[in-house]
Design a protein around this ligand. Structure first.
Ligand code: HAM
Length: 413
């Protein structure tokens, strides 16, 4: 016999109570996002590779090492989406959403793919709930987006949360800063990790992310971007903070906060949880005012975030999950009654009842046991002598006319 095939490394099946817990999480998110005016968007699972190369950035880990890219023939290169922001921006451009009232507010629940080393909380296929608000650079959009994430995390009872925020300024203020930072890194090059050394010119800000002890020492005395913000970036950041304060959102300012994707400008933020292990990022995001142009569109500012579904579940107590109720279980005594039983279950469903039909070929006793296990409220038993209905709560059982079963389910025996 050949080896059994297993799910690919870094992927997982969602079963039973886990599936119910996910549904509960998505429902909690929907209850926060939709009243705030966010509409649902779903984009394709794969996109042109150049969308991510240009959108997410050639120098990022995601683009350099983690993408599942394949040749789709006719020299077309496609990639399983590693993130959702670039696809949503592509859709905004493709559908002329700039003609809609701005900002356009969209949310998604999608699966994403990154070829990372799997560990607890880090998978190769994972799910995110995310939102993007495109077409306004008002700091209130930033503050509202952050507030909505905090409300979702609160609604699901996430533990040990910490929100860090910062501002990366605009490209112009970053250029001046990059020069200072690069000079600092060059001056201390011999103490840096090889990876950081190799990326000094490509992406010096990522050095703030390093775990390497020498690099961390060098970064402790590095110049900070927050001190280099242009006046309008500074004002924007102050306004975001004021709005968060007004809404009672607790945050820390972390001038070393760098996110792993290149498109960010101005506001960036990240929620971590100490209920998680090494992979402590629950959700994060920021503003990306230059991304549309990067993708070949007219300029349009945007901001958004994404939160990992698996990490939110890991950081929160399991939600109370209840199996769906069963109004009626249809059992039958002999195979000859299968058609009548099938029809009764179908009619009951059409009338709006949650009806189950015996499908396991069990004995009548086995069927009643199964009905009990399923938590059925009533069991209809079709027998050669007629139909009886059993109230599973009171234990009462009565012979009924077959066409009155529905009437009894509604009104009791
Ligand atoms: P990100 O920080 O790369 O941002 O991912 C957001 C969240 O997705 C993380 O905080 C984490 O919870 C989850 N996540 C990321 N990678 C994995 C993985 N391998 N396994 C499990 N969970 C993971 C973005 O993706 C941006 N598109 C967010 C954004 C939206 N920025 C602006 N708009």
């Amino acid at each position: 016999m050949s080896d059994r095939i297993q799910a690919p490394r870094g992927t997982f099946d969602v079963l039973g109570d886990d599936a119910l817990a996910r549904d509960a999480l998505v429902e909690a998110a929907r209850r926060v996002l939709e009243p705030a005016g966010y509409g649902r968007i779903e984009t394709p699972t794969f996109e042109a590779t150049s969308l991510f190369a240009r959108g997410v950035g050639e120098s990022t880990d995601v683009v350099q090492k983690e993408m599942y890219t394949f040749d789709a023939g006719d020299s077309e290169s496609l990639t399983l989406r590693p993130e959702g922001t670039a696809p949503v921006c592509r859709a905004y451009l493709e559908h002329g959403m700039h003609k809609l009232p701005q900002p356009v507010k969209l949310w998604y629940l999608s699966s994403f793919f990154r070829r990372e080393r799997p560990q607890k909380g880090r998978y190769r296929q994972f799910w995110q709930i995310g939102l993007e608000a495109i077409g306004s650079d008002d700091p209130a959009v930033d503050a509202e987006a952050i507030l909505l994430l905090s409300e979702i995390l609160e609604a699901i009872g996430s533990r040990g949360l910490r929100l860090r925020i910062s501002s990366l300024g605009t490209a112009a203020s970053r250029t001046a800063y990059r020069e200072e930072l690069t000079a600092h890194l060059r001056a201390n090059e011999d103490r840096l990790s090889q990876e950081v050394r190799e990326r000094i010119d490509l992406n010096p800000l990522r050095a703030f992310d390093a775990d390497h002890p020498g690099t961390r020492e060098v970064m402790a005395s590095a110049p900070l971007l927050l001190d280099f913000l242009a006046d309008d970036d500074h004002e924007h950041f102050e306004a975001v903070k004021e709005l968060l304060d007004a809404a009672g959102v607790v945050y820390e300012i972390d001038p070393t906060l760098v996110r792993g994707l290149d498109y960010y400008t101005r506001t960036v933020f990240e929620y971590t949880s100490d209920a998680l292990g090494a992979q402590s990022g629950v959700g994060g995001g920021g503003r990306y005012d230059g991304l549309m142009e990067q993708l070949g569109g007219a300029p349009a500012p945007g901001i958004g975030w994404a939160a990992g579904v698996e990490r939110m579940l890991l950081a929160s107590p399991p939600p109370p999950v209840a199996p769906p109720p069963v109004d009626l279980y249809v059992a039958y005594a002999t195979p000859e009654l299968r058609v009548a039983a099938f029809k009764l279950a179908a009619d009951a469903r059409r009338a709006g009842h949650a009806a189950r039909l015996e499908l396991g070929g069990r004995s009548l006793k086995g069927q009643l046991k199964q009905a009990d296990r399923a938590g059925a409220r009533y069991v209809a038993i079709l027998g050669d002598e007629g139909t009886s209905l059993k109230d599973m709560q009171s234990g009462e059982q009565k012979t009924v006319e077959p066409d009155t079963v529905m009437h009894h389910i509604r009104g009791g025996l």
